[in-house]
Design a protein around this ligand. Structure first.
Ligand code: ADP
Length: 224
């Protein structure tokens, strides 16, 4: 089933388009990597999907997911690493539409499940500030999962991580995609290294957009 359909979308700032005539669909359980050079509009697209900027043209239709039920990890990690919060508090804060000072037992149970799923249950009472980069990303993934059962959007989640933490994070993202049946949109630079994951690619390079299967993308790149 389709989650989101993007039709003839134009997005930009101050009347100036960054992305033009963009078309693609996100289906249930897709794992779409969004690639393209700096400034291509990858983050702008994410802002458009999340409703932080309005389309200049075209449309984004939400069919199988509600816009406010999308889990999101931004590139600029919005949680100040010096903020004195425990891992559990950071994860709990991902539950939308709930009073911030009071979390009922159902929400606490959900948060514990997410920690277990990402195998970081033992970090529950640790200070977020004292974690490694890889552990922080897992906590933020658990936090994003509080908001969604259907779609996660990850903006360069492996930025600044060493190779081992990066691979471990990708393994968890794949598990969420396959076992929990959560669709993933991931902005990444890692494709340059032959590290292809996901079933589909959206390439925003040179306004010559490509949207299709990862296999077709590899074939296209090899023929260029
Ligand atoms: P990417 O994520 O692919 O690196 P961005 O979506 O961040 O690209 O940026 C695409 C273009 O939009 C760039 O030229 C950038 O300067 C411009 N841009 C990004 N954010 C804003 C903004 N808030 N106001 C005006 N221009 C912006």
């Amino acid at each position: 089933m389709g989650l989101i359909t993007v039709k003839n979308l134009e997005l930009g700032y101050g009347g100036k388009a960054v992305l033009k005539d963009l078309n693609f669909e996100i289906d249930e359980q897709d794992f779409i990597c969004v690639v393209g050079p700096n400034g291509a509009g990858k983050t702008t697209l994410v802002r458009g999907i999340l409703g932080l900027i309005a389309p200049m043209e075209g449309e984004i239709n939400f069919e199988g997911v509600r816009r406010n039920h999308i889990g999101y990890i931004s590139q600029e990690n919005m949680i100040n690493p010096n903020f004195p919060a425990s891992v559990f508090e950071v994860v709990l804060s991902g539950s939308l539409n709930e009073p911030r000072n009071f979390y009922d037992s159902t929400i606490k149970k959900h948060a514990e499940e997410k920690l277990k799923l990402l195998k970081i249950g033992d970090l529950k009472d640790s200070s977020f500030a004292e974690l490694s980069g890889g552990q922080r990303q897992k906590v933020l993934l658990a936090r994003a999962l509080m908001a969604t059962k259907k779609l996660l959007i990850l903006d360069e989640p492996s930025n600044n991580l060493d190779q081992e933490s990066k691979e471990s994070l990708y393994d968890f993202i794949k598990v969420l995609n396959i076992k929990q049946k959560i669709a993933i949109i991931m902005i990444t630079h890692d494709l340059d290294h032959g590290n292809l994951i996901g079933n589909k690619i959206l390439s925003l390079r040179d306004k010559d957009y490509f949207f299709g299967t990862t296999e077709d993308f590899v074939r296209k790149v090899h023929h260029e």
